[in-house]
Design a protein around this ligand. Structure first.
Ligand code: G3I
Length: 365
């Protein structure tokens, strides 16, 4: 294939100057047949060819920090992505170290950056069993007091960002794995199962337009856990509890994508719900000498393409968020020793085969 650099300079000149108008050899292609330049970013391709589907990334410690890696991160962020999710800064513990203190500084900067760069921002997360502050988990709250804390939190945080976010993860990971009973979180123990419904109603009261999501992992394919979430949301829809979408986290293992993801997405969509892939990463074995094998990275690349393609195919799906930019900044190796390299960029911000595969999909190749 012809190298873009061989004919690109001619685009700035007249055709005649490039040999196109004088009867000599035609070395300039007409503009409408010039192939996609490889420099088109994921964002550019998505916005021109698939405007329904936003491409997001979780932003954490590298956001506006004073080091070289942060500068690389901040350059790539608005070039390649048109959505972001604060990875930790909106969680109950980091956001609210005491009952009286709401520390919005970092999350505000992320949301402001998104707005300034015409990117969407997802709110993650209002109600979860992890990353809660000691004052909350150690307190001896009555049910009424716990309800008051839950509702004051949601009113303050959702109200703070009213009109600025594309979506909120209102409740995260309420179900256990396996037979999928409700998880015995601080909220379940102090309030009971109606904490979920109360959270959605409080969020809607604080922002009438933001899309409200239930978010979880291991609910991407058919199974006991996605059945439980399906039944919860079917009941909410039937009773008018305000829920707009289901977030499928998609923390996957290369070569092990759920085979029934399309059917599962279709049944949630049939309830009238939107779908977002909210925390995509696809891990590979990294313990071999030299790190991840080329074969595992090729499988990972195909899997990334498959997940993005599902979102392009299912009309109800309007966003895919990858859970971090580089392999060096992912939660995966710390949680799954011997596994990692789960993202689109390697530790040095080089695009991986997974990046190329997603770009090829978006470009129609
Ligand atoms: O910021 C502190 C730092 O001040 C301190 O020195 C350091 C010492 O451990 O901890 C830092 O906080 C860590 C934080 O990430 C920021 O790096 C926490 O310990 C660590 O637990 C936290 O991990 C996050 C994890 O959620 C918490 O469970 C990961 O970054 C984040 O990627 C992960 O994301 C979750 C989603 O929210 C929900 N779905 C699952 C997903 C993966 O676990």
């Amino acid at each position: 294939m012809r190298s873009p650099s061989r004919f690109l300079p001619c685009l700035a000149l007249t055709l005649a100057a490039c040999g196109g108008g004088g009867g000599g050899e035609q070395i300039v292609k007409p503009i409408d047949t010039i192939p996609q330049l490889p420099t088109q970013s994921l964002r550019q391709l998505a916005e021109t060819r698939h405007p329904r589907v936003a491409i997001g990334v979780a932003v954490g410690g590298l956001f506006q920090s004073s080091n070289a890696r942060s500068q690389q991160f901040m350059t790539i962020l608005p070039r390649e992505f048109n959505a972001l999710t604060p990875e930790n800064d909106l969680k109950f513990g980091p956001l609210r170290p005491t009952r009286e203190t709401y520390n919005y500084t970092r999350a505000d900067a992320m949301v402001a950056f998104a707005r300034a760069n015409n990117m969407k921002a997802r709110g993650h997360v209002l109600v979860w069993h992890q990353q809660n502050p000691g004052w909350l988990t150690n307190g001896t709250w009555t049910r009424d007091q716990a309800i008051q804390i839950l509702e004051e939190h949601i009113a303050n945080v959702v109200g703070h960002y009213r009109g600025q976010l594309a979506a909120w993860d209102v409740v995260n990971e309420a179900f256990e794995d396996g037979a999928a009973p409700l998880r015995q979180s601080v909220w379940m123990q102090r309030i009971g199962r109606d904490y979920i419904e109360r959270a959605f109603r409080a969020a809607r009261a604080a922002d009438p337009t933001v899309a409200l999501y239930y978010n979880d992992y291991n609910i991407e394919g058919l199974g006991a856990k996605s059945d439980s979430v399906y039944e919860l949301l079917r009941d909410f829809k039937a009773r008018g509890v305000p829920v707009d979408g289901v977030g499928m986290q998609a923390h996957f293992i290369a070569g092990q994508l759920p085979a029934t993801m399309r059917q599962n997405m279709d049944r949630f969509a049939a309830l009238g719900l939107k779908i977002q892939i909210t925390e995509l990463d696809i891990r590979v074995p990294t313990s071999s000498v030299g790190g991840a094998s080329a074969a595992s990275l090729a499988t990972q690349a195909q899997n990334y393409r498959d997940v993005f393609n599902l979102c392009l195919q299912v009309q109800a799906c309007d966003m895919v968020v990858v859970w971090g930019m580089t392999d060096a900044d992912s939660w995966v190796p710390g949680t799954f020793p011997g596994q990692g390299d789960a993202l689109l960029y390697d530790a040095f911000f080089n695009p991986k085969p997974a990046y190329t595969a997603v770009r090829g999909l978006l470009a129609g190749n």
